[in-house]
Design a protein around this ligand. Structure first.
Ligand SMILES: *[C@@H]1O[C@H](CO)[C@@H](O)[C@H](O)[C@H]1NC(C)=O
Ligand SMILES: *[C@@H]1O[C@H](CO)[C@@H](O)[C@H](O)[C@H]1NC(C)=O
Ligand SMILES: *[C@@H]1O[C@H](CO)[C@@H](O)[C@H](O)[C@H]1NC(C)=O
Length: 398
């Protein structure tokens, strides 16, 4: 691991997360691109690669998971937990909250993991996200974009409260609870109850998908900052975690945005190095692609090689002009994170218990619904993964 002090000194902190450690990690779905389940050995390989990445600007020893449940099981703990214990990887947990009135199986799986590993597991848990982009999917733009089933602030808050009760007598009773959503969900004042209910605010941001807003790679830093500062203005002093961000190395263009290794490197530098790494808890998208439905590929390396597609070394100078944090809500030209479909009930599932249409990633909560339809499936995201959980009861026998 390289020294990071110079980098830390290089820029002002952009988040209020002063108390929290500025975790570095990747997102990780429960299944592979062929929708088959990942097992312990697969996560061990991911976590070892993440920690061993050449020239990384810090140690990527955290992971964001979307579910506690092992793929295709009823309520067995996801084997990523075993791999995390073995590789000393920190875990941001996630629970799906759209299209369901119960998170009981998620909690059952989590409690089984606590029983199995005890403190070896609980000490690695850095946070819990109750929900992922539920508010976006339930928003006007989410509905227009057919982003899938969402949930309102009342539902998210209800599950946050339930989760707190359920873990009150466990070692996870003090785990910082957050919710992950798109920036314009956080700036929508109707959702304020969620801000009030969480310990930290998770934001997914993809300038790549901001069609119609000048999403050329050279403008990605400015677009990122605009959305990030809008969230800062809306959430007060709640710490912000960037739970997904990245730029595809291959795939079709998106308005002015081009997927290329060169641009993925530029984005890494201008957004990751300049604004996030060692300054804000960050879960990059991504180490390994898992959504077959998305033509854009975000993995920063091939076949889990520790030699990435581009040099991860951070530069000392940046292109993006410095912007000042806004205090008010931005004009809602709308960026949103990738979303997930959560058409995710049993009804939408294919015979494997997966939600084939899952993760209709919608970045652009703006104008053109046709646009957003095109990025169906950026990742096998929460939706897909969680739909596994939803349907587990139905397909548990196969
Ligand atoms: C604001 O949030 C509420 C509740 O989540 C949602 O119903 C509404 O559609 C959102 N507003 C816009 C403009 O999307
Ligand atoms: C990655 O693995 C695939 C399948 O085994 C192989 O075709 C490809 O050449 C590998 N890429 C690299 C860079 O090793
Ligand atoms: C189940 O998944 C396998 C790949 O893991 C795929 O070949 C098969 O078509 C899937 N079944 C259905 C019904 O989608």
């Amino acid at each position: 691991m390289r020294p990071t002090s110079a980098l830390v000194a290089a820029g002002a902190l952009v988040s209020g997360a002063s108390a929290a450690e500025n975790y570095l990690g990747f997102n990780s779905g429960a299944t592979f691109a062929d929708r088959s389940a990942k097992f312990k050995k697969d996560w061990i390989a991911e976590f070892k690669t993440a920690q061993g990445l050449e020239n990384a600007p810090g140690k990527f020893n955290a992971v964001r998971l979307y579910t506690n449940i092992q793929a295709y099981s009823e309520s067995n703990p996801i084997e990523a937990f075993d791999a995390a214990v073995e590789t000393n990887t920190k875990i941001l947990l996630g629970i799906w909250t759209s299209g369901t009135d119960s998170i009981d199986k998620e909690i059952t799986a989590l409690k089984k993991a606590i029983d199995k590993h005890g403190e070896k597991f609980t000490k690695l848990v850095i946070g819990m996200s109750i929900g992922s982009e539920d508010l976006y999917r339930d928003s006007e733009t989410g509905v227009k974009n057919e982003a899938g089933i969402g949930a309102g602030p009342d539902v998210v808050v209800k599950f946050i409260n339930q989760f707190k009760k359920e873990v009150a007598d466990t070692d996870l009773k003090d785990v910082p609870i957050g919710h992950v959503d798109t920036w314009d969900a956080w700036t929508n004042s109707t959702n304020k109850a969620v801000i009030d209910a969480v310990d930290w605010v998770g934001v997914d941001e993809y300038p790549y998908y901001e069609g119609g807003k000048g999403n050329d790679i050279k403008n990605s830093g400015t677009l990122f900052d605009r959305a990030f500062n809008a969230v800062k203005g809306a959430v007060g002093d709640k710490p912000i975690w960037v739970t997904e961000t990245g730029w595809p190395a291959t795939g079709p263009n998106w308005d002015q945005a081009e997927a290329s290794v060169k641009n993925a490197k530029y984005y890494w530098d201008e957004i990751g190095c300049r604004q996030l790494f060692n300054k804000v808890p960050t879960f990059w998208y991504n180490l390994r692609d898992s959504n077959p439905d998305n033509k854009m590929k975000f993995a920063i390396t091939e076949n889990l090689s520790t030699s990435p597609l581009f040099d991860l070394t951070c530069p000392t100078k940046f292109d993006t002009p410095t912007s000042t944090p806004s205090t008010g809500a931005p004009s809602s030209t709308g960026v949103s994170g990738p979303t997930s479909s959560a058409t995710g009930g049993p009804g939408s599932s294919d015979g494997n218990g997966t939600n084939a249409g899952a993760q209709t990633g919608s970045e652009d909560s703006s104008e053109d619904p046709a646009d957003s339809g095109a990025y169906v499936g950026k990742s096998l995201s929460a939706a897909a993964v969680v739909s596994l959980a939803f349907v587990a009861g139905v397909f548990t026998l196969f």
